[in-house]
Design a protein around this ligand. Structure first.
Ligand code: MG
Length: 240
């Protein structure tokens, strides 16, 4: 887990300097896949999906502005002022790592910068609550509280998840919920915590490609994700 998650972190760091106006999301995807394979690992998202006739075709998800998650890389050129969420999944020696980061393309508006900051802070708040003795929804409610205190909304239709020898495992880790409820956190659990935060409504729609999730009001959305290990003390961020 530590190895696959470290590769996730390195992929994001590798892509960061490429994220400039004019780059296509496909170029980012190609660079990510090359990098992942150079580490002796496999891209976990490529060929993933519930529908055999519509498997995810790329190594990263690239979701621009009102795209929340699961954007398919393609010919779209990133433009100054956009924000792009890059989600990376890696499999190495049978174990998975999952992480995401939202990047600014050139200079962005104050509103988008605040959306990104609050999403990062919400993830940090959730991780702070990820300790033995707490329950899953203690994480969820901490994320929700941080997000809604700034007037933004958390996506309800998609959630974080357990991760290990499969990309998605129990338990679901929603970004909303009541403290003191949900599965008790135990030492050794590995969770992908991933607030998806919308500027406006929490409602989302699915594009015709049946992958891309976007906000129903077309306002921007941000996404930050870490895979963490539950320990007796503070959770260890494996994708840091
Ligand atoms: Mg995930």
């Amino acid at each position: 887990m530590k190895e696959s998650c470290a590769i996730v972190a390195r992929v994001l760091r590798h892509l960061e300097p490429m994220i400039r106006p004019g780059v296509t999301t496909r170029e980012l995807d190609v660079a990510a896949e090359e990098f992942i394979r150079s580490q002796g690992a496999e891209p976990a998202f490529k060929g993933y999906g519930p529908d055999k006739n519509n498997l995810f075709p790329a190594s990263v998800c690239a979701s621009v502005d009102d795209e929340v998650v699961h954007g398919i890389p393609g010919d779209r050129k990133l433009a100054e002022g956009e924000i792009v969420s890059i989600d990376v999944g890696v499999k190495k020696d049978g174990y998975f790592g999952d992480g995401a980061w939202t990047f600014a393309v050139g200079k962005i508006s104050e509103e988008k910068a605040r959306l990104m900051l609050v999403t990062r802070e919400a993830l940090a708040e959730g991780i702070k609550r990820t300790v033995v003795g707490n329950r899953v929804h203690d994480i969820s409610s901490a994320i929700q509280k941080r997000v809604e205190s700034d007037g933004f909304s958390v996506v309800r239709d998609l959630v974080g998840h357990g991760i290990g020898t499969r990309l998605h495992e129990e338990p679901a880790v929603p970004n909303f919920g009541s403290p003191g409820t949900g599965m008790p956190l135990e030492e050794g659990m590995t969770l992908a915590i991933e607030p998806m935060v919308n500027f406006g409504t929490h409602r989302v729609i699915v594009d015709a490609d049946r992958w891309t999730i976007r906000t129903s009001d077309r306002q921007p959305s941000a996404h930050f994700e870490h895979t963490v290990l539950v320990t007796e003390g503070q959770a260890m961020i494996l994708t840091a």
